[in-house]
Design a protein around this ligand. Structure first.
Ligand SMILES: [Zn+2]
Ligand SMILES: [Zn+2]
Length: 344
């Protein structure tokens, strides 16, 4: 099969690789669409210890089942050859305290498809059957491939809690920022401010109903404070993860408010902790999604409640390397690139 193999920092090559075969509890999919994730851009640059070359990345995908392992019909009878599925790419053990609590994304034994085992930037991908979800009737695989990033936004919305009639701030209008914006709106938030340096991304946030803050020209904290009579927002989300954006989120959050940290740009950075103490701000990390969040994401996509169109760009697999470079340098008005291994 054809596969896009990450071979070294900034080197991605289309190669002929052996096609995978399903073990007894696995399935093999013919990949229809596989999205490029922000975490894979840092992996591609070599900034990410989780990913080691040579590696077939790709954890946001949907496709058609072409092979079922021998035991699959017994424990997952809803999976059939020829049907379209998406896959929660985070394998979990199912036995630990976090798995027992439904927080499977925190499982100490977790493994990510596209990082710890070959991913979906290939014609075929093999996955544990327990992680597969059939797409609802009539859903295009193109939409199904967005389930994973939408799942991250569902988790962020869950951790935000009750945001009804509350003002919120999101810093960063990448895919997670844009999806979280829609999630907070769906949960009844009053105003959602969205701050972003890149003009094209900011325009996407504005088109989705966010109140734009051009962060390269304006002071995000000042703008938010002014618009909220000096109080700040009830919930802020840092979808970037730099020292500056983390600080800004603290400064823009009102007393007793909540700060959600999802951006992973910098591994560690200083935080204004005294301000958090004096304002009793709750800070919480948000990582991936629970299996329940993942299933909910698929429902929200099926209901048309959340979207990335018209900023989804489809590209053939052999253009993958070019798109990694473009997403790093100047993405422009493209929010999500979906690679298509098989010509339509
Ligand atoms: Zn992702
Ligand atoms: Zn576990």
């Amino acid at each position: 099969m054809k596969a896009l193999v990450w071979e070294a920092a900034r080197t991605m090559t289309l190669r002929e690789e052996p096609a995978p075969a399903a073990a007894a509890d696995e399935i093999v999919l013919r990949v229809a669409y596989a999205g490029i994730c922000g975490s894979e851009l840092s992996g591609y640059l070599g900034h990410n210890a989780l990913r080691q070359p040579p590696l077939i990345m790709g954890h946001e995908f949907a496709g058609e089942i072409v092979e079922l392992g021998a035991l699959v019909p017994e424990f997952k009878p809803n999976l059939t050859t020829g049907s379209l599925v998406t896959v929660n790419p985070l394998w979990y053990c199912g036995d630990c305290e976090f798995c027992a609590a439904g927080l499977n994304q925190l499982c100490g034994n977790r493994r990510l498809i596209g990082a710890n085992r070959p991913g979906a930037f290939a014609e075929y991908v093999c996955a544990p059957a327990k992680l597969a979800l059939p797409l609802p009737d009539g859903m295009d695989a193109r939409i199904g491939a967005l389930t994973e990033p939408v799942g991250c936004a569902v988790r962020i919305g869950e951790l935000a809690g009750d945001v009804a009639d509350a003002d919120c701030l999101i810093i960063g209008a990448g895919p997670i920022g844009l999806l979280s914006l829609q999630m907070l709106q769906y949960q009844g938030a009053a105003r959602v401010f969205i701050a972003e340096i890149d003009a094209a991304r900011l325009a996407m946030g504005e088109a989705l109903g966010g109140i734009p803050i051009q962060a390269s020209a304006l002071d995000t904290v000042e703008m938010v404070r002014e618009a909220t009579d000096g109080a700040g927002v009830a919930v802020s989300l840092d979808a970037v993860g730099s020292a500056l954006t983390r600080e800004q989120c603290v400064a823009a959050t009102k007393a007793s408010g909540r700060l959600i940290l999802s951006g992973l740009h910098e591994e560690s950075s200083a935080m204004p902790v005294a301000a958090m103490i004096r304002s009793e701000i709750t800070a919480v990390g948000s990582f991936a999604y629970t299996p329940a969040n993942f299933a909910r994401a698929l429902e929200l996509l099926a209901a048309g409640a959340i979207r990335l169109d018209p900023w989804v760009h489809e590209a053939p697999l052999d253009e993958g390397g070019t798109w990694f470079e473009r997403l790093i340098e100047a993405p422009g008005d493209v929010s999500k690139v979906l690679l298509r291994p098989t010509p339509l």
